[in-house]
Design a protein around this ligand. Structure first.
Ligand code: GDP
Length: 295
């Protein structure tokens, strides 16, 4: 929690300051609600989510006839807390995780972080380097696997990603792995190919992965703001996403995007990335996140 507080200070300060400025307007009239909506949008909560929050608050103030700034702040917090509570399910082991996301969001780093975390928990991890399009991605993953000390299944550049996944599932079974984490390509500019590739990989997993649960993760970069939601929608159309990893929350003031992602996608954020090192991954607690914004 302390680590999260330190890393989220920019987002929290930004949010708090802006919201308090709106509260100081005094009366809770149309101008106030317009200003609040604008402020939420500027805090990266997105238009749709911001309107929803503003309308809920309007209804709550009308219902309670509250004129107290403190009380209204409390209502706002309650609305946000309720909004971010979506059902989460821990993966049933053994599990296969497809990790999807656009290039540069922090997929490779996240896979390294997850591997280390599971390994520390005493789990047997195998990584599949199925982003065969980028030689550098395979090399980077290989280096991480060596550093963390987990097995990696890879192939030559340009190989069919689903054949790497096929081999990796075989290896995961043979080595009695608890978790098979699969890197995938993130070339979003070629949506049709990307979809075909992910669908083919999914077919292989469904066919070969008997005995394994499937728990796909989407990696999103917090610094890209609302763009992250558009990316999530494209990938969610291709494969069923069970959880989100929101990276680069350290040093950005755009962390409000977390609320918008949960509200619009109705998918839980499971982890957040707060740095480049393998230990810089923390469990995301939505209630604590909102607490931090109001502290
Ligand atoms: P990929 O292309 O999606 O596999 O992205 P990489 O894992 O290679 O990450 C891209 C860059 O973002 C690298 O320089 C990482 O060190 C950096 N990065 C990844 N996650 C985080 C994070 O949580 N915080 C910060 N500050 N940097 C990160």
């Amino acid at each position: 929690y302390e680590r999260m507080r330190n890393k989220l200070v920019k987002t929290a300060d930004n949010f708090k300051e802006k919201i308090e400025n709106v509260m100081y307007m005094g009366s809770f009239d149309d101008d106030f609600f317009d200003e609040l909506e604008e402020t939420l949008i500027l805090s990266d909560l997105g238009a749709q989510t911001s309107v929803k929050i503003t309308e809920s608050l309007r209804a709550k103030i009308k219902e309670t006839r509250s004129k107290s700034k403190e009380e209204v702040m409390g209502f706002l917090k309650e609305i946000l807390v309720e909004m971010v509570q979506v059902e989460t399910a821990k993966p049933q082991l053994p599990t296969i995780m497809l990790v999807v996301g656009v290039n540069g969001v922090g997929k490779t780093t996240t896979i390294a972080k997850l591997s280390e975390r599971y390994k520390k928990e005493g789990k047997k991890v195998v990584i599949a380097a199925a982003d065969t399009f980028r030689a550098a991605a395979v090399e980077q993953l290989d280096e991480w696997a060596r550093r963390v000390g987990v097995d990696i299944i890879k192939s030559t550049t340009g190989a069919d990603p689903s054949s790497v996944i096929f081999d990796a599932i075989g290896a995961a079974k043979a080595r009695k792995a608890d978790i098979l984490i699969c890197d995938t390509a993130g070339r979003l500019h070629n949506k049709v190919n990307l979809m075909k590739e992910l669908e083919k990989i999914s077919r292989v997993i469904n066919r070969e992965g008997d005995g394994f649960s499937i728990h796909n993760l989407m990696v999103l970069d917090a610094t890209t703001g609302q763009n992250a939601i558009n990316q999530a929608k494209v990938f969610h159309d291709c494969v069923e996403i069970k959880g989100i990893v929101l990276t680069k929350l350290d040093g950005t003031a755009k962390g409000g995007i977390a609320i918008s992602i949960i509200d619009e996608m109705q998918i839980p954020i499971e982890y957040v990335g707060i740095g480049e090192k393998s230990e810089d991954l923390i469990d995301f607690d939505p209630k604590k996140f909102i607490d931090l914004l109001f502290e």
